[in-house]
Design a protein around this ligand. Structure first.
Ligand code: GN1
Ligand code: MG
Length: 365
């Protein structure tokens, strides 16, 4: 059912089935993410107005919604327990789900599954990074997230999207899309297709190391975009990590690589002018330092050495996913214009090229 148009009455009807007191004043869409539909509602309650964040989840992408919600429950409970038991408060807040009136963690409607979070007030998120301080802070926060989850038994987490982090798997999906070419777009993407062909070999590096036990499996966030960190408006410090959909067992460096891909980028993810696309070295350095400030205690020397490679690999892999979706006819990521996924793929590939050129300067010791 996901993907179908929602009327404002549909939205209100869904929202009102969550256990929220007071009078619903309004609900407005929030343009963010490529997967779900997000809304923010305001309620008049005793003592003032309060806001909530609602998502109609995409059950075409996430076909096992109970497993997704199971992971989110588990992870947020764990983070909350850690925060309460910490001797020194670390300033982080865990996201809080609001149950349905029937006390369930999500709601099933004819328009698809819905969930609700308390809105975290007094914070902002950013789509682009302008200062090394903010990059450091975002990386510190995602490193903290992994550190906090290190003692959560990863076997309890379900693999909601099978082989989500695996580049060889993404190459197979790409091969299928290219072979099928269902909307006849391949002929117009030859440079991008060649770009992938020239880099297939690097696709298996991490999977091989994982299989050989040379890189450990860890619980990772899986979508470490800068706008998945909420920054406190007063202090500028990271206060909350959002979007736990892809929190699953994976390799630690996926999170670091995705951080670099998005946060050290000098342009938006879908910039059309490739002259503006680059990876900023000062932001990259700040990401390395911020990430290591919370992960150095547990990352192995091999993982640390692989940090710049992971940045290149994850950027390549997300570009590959955008290109595959373009070839497949835009069936996965939301698009807002013609060729949107191809534009996104081109940006990722341009950054991969820049990272290849800057490999020496990106080394981490
Ligand atoms: C998707 O929708 P959003 O922005 O949370 C995607 C990520 C990609 C990202 C690229 C479940 O995340 O894997 O890195 O787009 N999420 C899923 O911007 O596929
Ligand atoms: Mg996400």
């Amino acid at each position: 059912m996901s993907g179908s148009e929602l009327s404002s009455a549909d939205v209100r009807r869904a929202i009102e089935r969550f256990a929220i007191d007071g009078l619903l004043l309004n609900a407005v869409p929030l343009q963010r993410g490529h997967i779900h539909d997000t809304f923010v509602s305001t309620w008049r309650q005793e003592g003032g107005n309060r806001r909530y964040l609602h998502q109609r989840m995409n059950d075409k992408v996430f076909q096992d919604i109970p497993a997704v919600m199971h992971n989110i429950d588990l992870v947020s409970d764990h983070l909350r327990r850690r925060a309460m038991s910490a001797a020194a408060p670390n300033g982080f807040t865990a996201l809080e789900l609001v149950p349905t009136r029937e006390r369930r963690s999500y709601l099933v409607t004819k328009n698809g599954p819905w969930r609700t979070y308390l809105y975290v007030e007094g914070c902002s998120s950013f789509d682009q990074c302008t200062s090394p301080e903010r990059a450091y802070e975002a990386a510190r926060a995602f490193g903290w997230f992994q550190a906090e989850l290190a003692d959560l038994d990863a076997a309890q987490l379900r693999e909601t999207l099978p082989r989500f982090f695996s580049t060889p798997h993404r190459l197979c999906q790409f091969d299928d899309a290219l072979a099928g070419d269902p909307v006849a777009r391949a002929a117009a993407c030859l440079p991008e297709i060649r770009f992938v062909a020239a880099r297939r070999a690097m696709g298996s590096v991490i999977d091989d190391l994982l299989a050989a036990g040379q890189v450990p499996l860890r619980t990772v966030h899986g979508d470490t975009k800068l706008n998945n960190v909420l920054f406190d408006d007063r202090t500028g410090k990271a206060r909350c990590i959002v979007d736990l959909d892809t929190c699953m067992p994976g390799y630690s460096l996926y999170d670091f690589g995705d951080l670099v891909r998005f946060t050290a980028a000098t342009s938006s993810e879908d910039e059309r002018d490739l002259g503006k696309v680059d990876t900023d070295l000062a932001l990259y350095r700040a990401l390395v330092d911020g990430y290591l400030s919370t992960t150095r205690g547990f990352l192995t020397p091999k993982e640390i050495e692989l940090m710049p490679f992971a940045a290149r690999l994850v950027t390549f892999t997300i570009g590959l996913r955008f290109l595959s979706d373009h070839l497949a006819g835009d069936v996965y990521f939301k698009v807002h214009r013609e060729g949107h996924n191809l534009d996104r793929a081109r940006v990722q590939f341009r950054m991969v090229e820049r990272m290849e050129q800057m490999a020496a300067a990106m080394a981490v010791r």
